[in-house]
Design a protein around this ligand. Structure first.
Ligand code: NAD
Length: 403
C-alpha cells in the first residue's frame, strides 16, 4: 500500500518531471532508500524503537535531524529523509537526505534517562554516522545539549575527535553562533527580499521557536504584525501588535491569548485575516481544501513542514497567492548546519559577519533561482523549487552513472 506522503510527493514531482527530463525509471529511484537502519534502545528496562534512514547520497553525506516524539515511525522518518534530499539539493548544499527518530515521549523521561537514550542512539547507529557519511542535527524535542551528548558518545566509541559528525552542538563544542534562530532568520531574509514594503501587514500562525522569532524580526524591521496565534487561540490589532510585549506574555503565561491589549480571535479567523503576508509556523495540514478559499493574504511563508495540502495548493495558486514553499522557507536551519560543518571540517572559525553574509547569500541565491525558474516555465514557486532541486539531484545521479 502506498502511503499518503508518497502519493503527494509523486504528484508534486510529476508536475515538473517532464521539464527536468525525468521518466518513470528516474521517478522510481526517488522512492527507494539507500539505507534503513532500525534498533531497539533500552533505557532502565524500557525499550524504544529508533531509526536512522539515509534516503539518497548522490550529492554528499546524509544530513537531517533526529526527532524524539511518540508518533515517530519508519514511514515518518522515510518521509522526512526524502524531504531533506529535496531541500538539500534545492539549497545547493553538498549533502544527501537523511533523518532519524526515536518513538518516545520525552516528557516521561528524567534528564538522566534522556541522556542514556541519546547515548544509546549513537551506540546503535555509530557505524552509519560520521562527518563524511551521515550527519545528524536537532529536530522536534532534541536540542544542543543532546547533540553534545551524542558527539561525546560517538568520539568515545571511535576514539578520536570528529565534531563534524553532528551539527546544532553547543557553541563550546564547535557549534555555530547563528543556529538558534536560523529557521526564522531564513524566512525573514526571504520575505524582506520579496516584499520591499516594510509597512506590509502580517499574521503569524504558531508562536514557538520559528513563529515567535520571525514575528520579532519582522516587527523590529518595521512590518506591521497585526495577528498572532498559538494552540490556545489568537489575538488581533489592526494597528499592529507590540510583538516584544506579546512574546513576553507568551514566555510568562504560556500563550499569546493572555496578552490583554488586543482583540481575541480564533485561529480560523487568524488564517483568514485580510493581510499582506500569512506566516504558517505551527502544524502540517493547516490550510486544506476546506479553508483555502478563506485565505486573503497575498503571500504565504511556510515555516512549518507541509502546512498546505495539495488541493489547497491548487486553490491558492489559482487565486494568485504567492506561496514560499517549506523546502525553501524553512531551509535556514540546514544552511546554518552546513556552515557549522564547514567550520568543523576545515578547522576554521568564521566571524559572525562572514557567517551572516554567507547565510544570506545561500538563501537569496536560491530564491533567485526559484523565481527565475517560475517565470521561465510559468510555475508556482513550489513547483519551481522542485524543478531546481530535481534538476541538480538528477544531474548528480547521471554524473555518477546511477540513472
Ligand atoms: P514549537 O513547538 O516551538 O512551536 C509551535 C507553535 O505552534 C506553538 O506556539 C504552538 O502553540 C503552536 N500550535 C500548535 N498547535 C497549534 C494549532 N492547532 N493552532 C495554532 N497554533 C498551534 O515548534 P517550532 O520549532 O517553532 O516549529 C514549528 C513548525 O516549523 C513545525 O512544523 C516544524 O517542523 C517547523 N520547522 C521548525 C524548524 C526550527 O528550527 N524550529 C525548522 C524547520 C521546520
Amino acid at each position: 500500500m502506498r502511503h499518503d506522503w508518497e502519493r503527494d510527493a509523486r504528484e508534486r514531482i510529476e508536475k515538473v518531471a517532464h521539464l527536468v527530463g525525468m521518466g518513470r525509471k528516474e521517478i522510481e529511484t526517488l522512492f527507494s532508500f539507500k539505507r534503513v537502519s532500525h534498533a531497539k534502545l533500552e533505557v532502565n528496562g524500557k525499550v524504544y524503537d529508533a531509526w536512522r534512514i539515509l534516503h539518497n547520497d548522490w550529492l554528499g553525506p546524509g544530513k537531517g535531524g533526529i526527532r524524539y516524539h511518540p508518533s515517530v515511525s519508519e514511514n515518518e522518518v522515510k518521509m522526512l529523509s526524502f524531504l531533506m534530499t529535496i531541500k538539500n539539493s534545492l539549497m545547493g548544499l553538498p549533502f544527501g537526505g537523511a533523518k532519524g527518530g526515536v518513538q518516545v515521549d520525552v516528557k516521561q523521561l528524567s534528564r538522566q534517562e534522556l541522556e542514556k537514550l541519546s547515548r544509546a542512539y549513537v551506540h546503535a547507529f555509530h557505524e552509519v554516522l560520521g562527518q563524511d557519511k551521515d550527519i545528524p542535527a536537532p529536530d522536534m524535542y532534541t536540542d544542543a545539549e543532546i547533540m553534545g551528548w551524542m558527539l561525546d558518545e560517538f568520539e568515545k566509541i571511535e576514539q578520536r575527535h570528529e565534531p563534524g559528525m553532528i551539527t546544532g552542538k553547543p557553541l563550546v563544542l564547535q557549534g555555530c553562533k547563528l543556529r538558534e534562530k536560523a529557521t526564522a532568520k531564513g524566512g525573514f531574509v526571504l520575505l524582506n527580499e520579496l516584499i520591499g514594503r516594510k509597512e506590509a501587514s502580517v499574521a503569524v500562525h504558531g508562536f514557538g521557536n520559528a513563529g515567535k522569532n520571525v514575528a520579532l524580526m519582522l516587527h523590529d524591521s518595521g512590518f506591521r504584525v497585526v495577528g498572532v496565534g498559538d494552540s490556545k487561540g489568537a489575538i488581533y490589532d489592526s494597528n499592529g501588535l507590540d510583538i516584544i510585549a506579546v512574546a513576553d506574555t507568551k514566555d510568562k503565561a504560556g500563550t499569546v491569548v493572555s496578552y490583554g491589549k488586543a482583540e481575541k480571535i480564533s485561529n480560523d479567523q487568524l488564517l483568514s485575516l485580510d493581510v499582506d503576508i500569512l506566516v504558517l509556523a505551527a502544524l502540517e495540514n493547516t490550510i486544506t481544501g476546506e479553508n483555502a478559499r478563506n485565505v486573503k493574504a497575498k503571500y504565504i511563508l511556510e515555516l512549518a513542514n507541509n502546512p498546505v495540502t495539495l488541493d489547497a495548493d491548487n486553490i491558492l495558486n489559482e487565486a494568485g497567492v504567492v506561496l514560499v514553499p517549506d523546502i525553501l522557507a524553512n531551509a535556514g536551519g540546514v544552511v546554518v548546519s552546513y556552515l557549522e560543518w564547514v567550520q568543523n571540517e576545515t578547522g576554521n572559525i568564521f566571524d559572525s559577519r562572514f557567517l551572516e553574509d554567507k547565510f544570506k547569500n545561500i538563501m537569496l541565491n536560491t530564491l533567485g533561482h526559484v523565481l527565475e525558474t517560475a517565470r521561465k516555465y510559468d510555475l508556482s514557486l513550489r513547483n519551481a523549487a522542485y524543478f531546481v532541486s530535481l534538476s541538480r539531484l538528477f544531474e548528480a545521479g547521471r554524473a555518477r552513472g546511477k540513472i
